[in-house]
Design a binder for this molecule. Structure first.
Ligand code: AMP
Ligand code: GLY
Length: 432
């Protein structure tokens, strides 16, 4: 019997387990370490008590169990070299090696690569010290965007309306070192205007095949206000993302980046996530991620009709994606994230969660992101706690299902946005 391994413990990994279990019902899907959501998926899905940071223990597990495919959810183990450790031991893994993962783990590197390959992105400068960064801010003025160069769990980007705000951001990143070493360098960039779009591609190092385009809502509060978070909701497909636009992104953005990485001797295998701003002059890159987005995966995977196990196995073994198509279903999916009160700033955990019967069903999936078990009770255990995915024939239906489910789940301090999808929904369909 086949063994699959998913590394990670959030909503994205719960969705990956759900998808791979559907794709290969006979396999055992192990999730390391998983969460209470993956724990209760029943036969065929099991949690493994190994943290996603223990690369050697993960490789030991994969070797002992003859795991046929390991899929890595989060960026941190990829940036730490999980795929390199697995490759050295001859273990099939879907995800880029440490050097290729720098496309996400170093914004400074990503910018350099884009500049070299002529990929459209915001004008920028990178600084190693706060003083020159502040001087630069005075020169360029606001609005302006300030980002920690390293990994900051989606929270290290500050879109600033004033120079004072931007100076404060530099201070948080470089002086207070809110993101630790991720703030060794700061990127100051031009503020782009437009609607955002995420397009995720599977890549075999050379070829790139797009999955259904999605839109992520990063700001904490309704009306796209408040601080950036890891993501408060998402939907797919996105009307603005026509096949022509996706093809432009493949040709002008993802193709050159894959070529650049291959030329450096670090070909990219895995999911390449292009975060784009659709500006008047065309799509421009905001960021790359070296993995599935969270919560984007939770809407993309249910809409992907084709099995992902086959292309992932192929890529993990050095094969190709030639001929593979995602067979995107004709419906829509929308996720509302339920967060702990106060997220992304300080929040409390350990609150009892109540998920009434009937919230989860064939048209509504509830994925666990930050939950825990305490004496058998389900309690909150993180900033983003649960994600409620509505699956409908169209976006209105998906949104209604998601919001109704989000409303019915209870825990103290529950914080959520009832306007996810507002770009494409009539004001009546948003609860805002
Ligand atoms: P990042 O982590 O780089 O994707 O940034 C997080 C969020 O900040 C993005 O999803 C955008 O909403 C916003 N953002 C980042 N860079 C820019 C930019 N150059 N112009 C405008 N908004 C940006
Ligand atoms: N939701 C954005 C991310 O996963 O980075």
């Amino acid at each position: 019997m086949e063994n699959l391994l998913i590394v990670g413990s959030g909503g994205r990994e719960h969705a990956l387990a759900w998808k791979l279990h559907r794709d290969v019902p006979d396999a055992t899907v192990h999730v390391a370490p998983g969460n209470p959501g993956t724990e209760q998926m029943g036969e065929g899905v099991r949690n493994v008590d190994v943290p996603s940071s223990d690369l050697d223990a993960l490789a030991d597990f994969a070797e002992t169990r003859s795991v046929d495919l390991t899929v890595v959810g989060p960026e941190a183990p990829l940036a730490a070299g999980l795929a390199d450790v697995f490759a050295e031991r001859g273990l099939p893994v879907f995800g880029p090696g440490r050097d290729a993962a720098r496309i996400e783990s170093s914004k400074a590197f990503a910018k350099e690569l884009m500049q070299q390959k002529g990929v459209p992105t915001a004008e920028h400068r990178t600084f190693r010290e706060a003083g020159p960064a502040r001087d630069h801010l005075e020169r360029v003025g606001a609005p302006v965007v300030v980002k920690a160069s390293g990994l900051a769990a989606g929270k290290g980007a500050y879109v600033c309306d004033t120079v004072a705000e931007a100076r404060e951001a530099v201070d948080e990143i470089m002086v207070q070192r809110k993101y630790g070493d991720a703030g060794d360098r700061v990127v100051v960039e031009e503020c782009l205007e437009g609607d955002e779009l995420s397009v995720l591609f599977l890549s075999d190092g050379e070829r790139a095949v797009p999955l259904v385009p999605s839109r992520d809502y990063k700001q904490a509060w309704e009306g796209d206000e408040g601080p950036n978070t890891g993501g408060m909701g998402a939907y797919a497909p996105v009307a603005a993302a026509t096949p022509e636009l996706v093809e432009t992104v493949r040709r002008e953005v993802v193709g050159p980046v894959l070529e650049g990485l291959a030329e450096r001797g670090t070909p990219y295998h895995g999911v390449l996530y292009a975060g784009l701003m659709l500006t008047e002059s065309g799509p421009r890159v905001l960021e790359f991620n070296c993995r599935f987005g969270d919560p984007e995966a939770q809407v993309i995977l249910p809409l992907t009709g084709a099995s992902l196990a086959e292309p992932m196995r192929a890529v993990a073994r050095g094969g190709t994606l030639r001929g593979w198509r995602p067979e995107t279903s004709s419906g829509a999916a929308l996720i509302t994230v339920l967060a702990s009160g106060g997220y992304p700033r300080d929040y409390e955990v350990g609150r009892d969660i109540e998920i009434p019967d009937g919230v989860a069903g064939p048209n509504r999936l509830v994925f666990h992101a930050g939950t825990d078990r305490e004496d058998g009770r389900l309690v909150t255990g993180g900033g983003r706690v649960l994600g409620v995915v509505g699956l409908g024939d169209d976006l209105e239906e998906a949104a209604a299902l998601s919001r109704e489910g989000a409303d019915r789940i209870r825990f103290e301090g529950k914080q959520w946005r009832s306007d996810i999808g507002h770009h494409e929904l009539s004001p009546d369909a948003t609860g805002a």
